[in-house]
Design a binder for this molecule. Structure first.
Ligand code: FES
Length: 154
């Protein structure tokens, strides 16, 4: 069941659109923020609330790579794996994360702190390699910067 708080936030978002269903991306983000990820049950509840089918909403959820359809760690690293970042050292960063956190693409660390996911171009090619950490964009990432970024998270 959607909580009263989730329903209230979703209603606020729906107020910004002429069609209730147009707020579906924001509604997915609201559910994810409160539950950590969007399970099949959560997706079904939300689809019903929005007047959509679960398949329709799942199509939206899987299109946006910021919506997690599987459990993730406390922190999510989306490492750009498009061409500019690949040229500028993506593989070294990936290897560093694997060595430091023991995670590769699609995996969550054993302590559930970090999930590492690949993502298409973040639009920061002039600052490649780039990544999003908990939704925050970081560019010109080198070994030292990456170490500091993951070192300061709890
Ligand atoms: S290729 Fe990585 S930000 Fe564009």
């Amino acid at each position: 069941m959607l909580t009263a708080g989730e329903k209230r936030e979703i209603a606020e978002e729906q107020g910004r659109y002429p069609d209730r269903r147009a707020a579906c991306v924001e509604a997915l983000k609201i559910v994810q923020r409160s539950r950590g990820w969007v399970s099949d049950d959560s997706l079904r509840e939300l689809a019903e609330h929005l007047g959509m089918t679960a398949d329709e909403l799942d199509g939206v959820a899987t299109f946006y790579n910021m919506i997690f359809r599987r459990p993730v760690g406390r922190h999510v690293i989306l490492l750009c794996d498009s061409v500019s970042c690949w040229i500028m050292g993506l593989e070294e960063l990936r290897a560093q994360l694997k060595q430091k956190l023991n995670v590769d693409f699609g995996e969550t660390s054993q302590d559930r702190r970090y999930t590492l996911l690949p993502v298409a171009c973040l639009g920061a090619c002039d600052h490649a390699p780039a990544l999003l950490l908990d939704g925050e964009l970081h560019g010109d990432v080198d070994a030292e910067k990456l170490d500091a970024l993951v070192g300061q998270r709890g």
